[in-house]
Design a binder for this molecule. Structure first.
Ligand code: GLN
Length: 549
């Protein structure tokens, strides 16, 4: 018998509902309960794969190749599990499947309606999570904020599920925000009351309210929220903002949310939570560590969410190396216009993350050239690897026109190109090379040293590949292909041989990094950057020493 925890959001968006859902998963997992987490996204796209990162932030890719919401990244990082495509559903998926059934004649004679047809399809998709994962408790997060028109069918489906399954098997958690009024120095509960009223008007009565705020929430406020919203005081959980995302489960645990959830769901813990390792990780995060400056050169940098997993992977790796990563987000278009170079030069390591389209590519190529010539550690992620190859090829072939056919279809040297299988594809949605693929690591390379393994599996999301016609010439001029597909046909990792650390992967290692298990390539990159930071320090101390009195 599966139990469900439904997580909704109220008052405003972006208060950390996804992290809260992930943290609840962690609370339960620590008690020996098998959990899974699902996100219901109210937009009509089938998946976020076709959305601009400015609209949606990062597209998070799962092992099975599903392109999902970035909250799934939080879920995986917190519960340390690999989720599957059933864990993210969208209105687009629901409607396309109901309409396909209607065309087949499944509902012959019937009028297809939001209730019951759409809501039944939503419930069927929620049910697939325990079926596929064997989870005892499924946490279901509803995207958006209560009151949005789009999320109504989802909320109605959740209401029906409580009616069908009963109170012991369903639990509603509502995440709200307490605004702070500076003039009077108080936190306000009114918006929370309104949002709970809105929720009740559609038949959902919260069992738990997570009260997010930027200030401490006292017992008096807890009591007030409990009284006005008709929730037990134990069920009103304050959650003050923290700069360390991974502290959230500990903050919830401190207010006994884990035990309260079990009590409400009538579940017994299988083991006592053991927070030792997690607590140590959070404590380490909070201690002062030597800084290492990492420049991320991308074109969606106005929105940090666009590189969420990259940011987290850098943080995990820095923590493991006992360092504190300080980010410079540099717009690649700025580099083309001569701006941002001081920041780039000040960095100890450069990352060029994934991306699509030709805007800003020349700026990324310039950053790669700078990194190669100046021996600055460089990590290229997917597009970042392609950029590194293009840069190297331009120098090797002495031809400025070497390029990827994605950016210049007429280039005389298509060092990055489509595979024939990709050329025949007309549709854009879900047709890239997606998900987990094996990669064999060549001994004696930087990759081999970082991974310490002969074969790895990594997540992909791209259409273009290194053109094998250029392998030999590149290899003859200092490039090394240290990771190949097992059949040897696809280059998965490229390195510059005579360099402290210049490596690009055709896959996205950032999707497999976890706070307690940082990704080996990120760790190796951060260590190389740390060496540069140290060398710079020594250099500047030496210059200071030489200064005349
Ligand atoms: N645009 C490139 C491709 O499709 C890179 C994709 C990416 O960085 N995820 O191959």
């Amino acid at each position: 018998m599966t139990k469900y925890v439904f997580v909704t959001g109220g008052v405003v968006s972006s208060v950390g509902k996804g992290v809260t859902a992930a943290a609840i998963g962690k609370l339960l997992k620590e008690r020996g309960i098998k959990v899974s987490i699902q996100k219901l996204d109210p937009y009509i796209n089938v998946d976020p794969g076709t959305m601009n990162p400015y609209q949606h932030g990062e597209v998070y890719v799962l092992d099975d190749g599903s392109e999902t919401d970035l909250d799934l990244g939080h879920y995986e990082r917190f519960i340390d599990d690999n989720l599957s495509g059933v864990c993210n559903i969208t209105t687009g998926q629901i409607y396309s499947s109901v309409i396909a059934q209607e065309r087949k004649g499944t509902f012959l004679g019937g009028t297809i309606q939001v209730v019951p047809h759409i809501t039944s399809e939503i419930k069927r998709r929620i049910d697939r999570v325990p079926q596929e994962t064997g989870a005892e408790v499924v946490i279901v997060e509803v995207g958006g904020t209560v009151g949005d028109i789009e999320s109504l069918p989802f909320l109605e489906a959740l209401r029906q599920m409580r009616y069908e399954l009963g109170r012991e098997d369903t639990l509603y958690v509502h995440v709200t925000w307490l605004p702070y009024i500076g003039a009077t120095g108080e936190l306000k509960t009114k918006p929370t009351q309104h949002s709970v009223r809105e929720l009740r008007s559609i038949g959902l009565h919260p069992d738990v309210i997570i009260a997010r705020s930027d200030h401490p929430v006292g017992e008096d406020l807890r009591a007030k929220i409990a009284l006005f919203c008709d929730v037990e005081q134990k069920g009103v959980i304050p959650l003050e903002s923290t700069p360390v995302l991974y502290e959230v489960p500990l903050l919830l645990e401190a207010h006994a949310l884990g035990d309260y959830l079990l009590q409400k769901l009538n579940l017994k813990a299988r083991r006592k939570p053991d927070w030792k390792e997690w607590r140590a990780m959070v404590a380490a995060w909070r201690t002062r560590r030597p800084k290492v400056r990492i420049a991320v050169v991308g074109k969606y940098i106005e929105l940090e969410d666009a590189y969420m997993s990259v940011r987290e992977a850098v943080r995990h790796a820095s923590l493991a190396a006992d360092l504190d990563a300080e980010f410079s987000w540099i717009h690649s278009v700025d580099l083309e216009e001569g701006a941002g170079w001081d920041e780039l030069r000040a960095a100890h390591g450069v990352i060029v993350p994934g991306g699509f389209g030709d805007r800003g590519i020349e700026g990324m190529i310039a950053a790669a050239r700078y990194a190669r010539q100046e021996q600055v550690p460089y990590l290229g992620l997917c597009l970042g690897m392609q950029v590194m190859v293009i840069e190297c090829a331009r120098s090797v072939l002495d031809n400025k026109e070497a390029n990827s056919t994605e950016f210049d279809p007429k280039t005389p040297h298509a060092v990055i190109d489509l595979l024939p299988s990709q050329r025949e594809i007309g549709e854009l949605g879900g047709t890239m090379r997606l998900g987990l693929y094996p990669c064999e690591i060549k001994p004696g390379t930087v990759s081999a040293q970082a991974y310490g393994r002969k074969r790895v599996e990594e997540r992909h999301r791209h259409r273009f590949e290194l053109n094998n016609a250029y392998r030999e010439v590149l290899e003859g001029h200092g490039m090394r292909f240290s990771g190949l597909s097992p059949d040897g046909k696809l280059v998965e990792i490229a390195e510059i041989a005579e360099h402290a650390f210049m490596l690009g992967s055709q896959f996205h290692p950032e999707f497999r990094s976890r706070p307690i298990r940082p990704h080996p390539l990120f760790v190796a990159f951060i260590k190389a950057a740390a060496q540069r930071a140290e060398a710079n320090n020594e250099k500047s101390t030496a210059t200071l020493g030489e200064e005349p009195e």
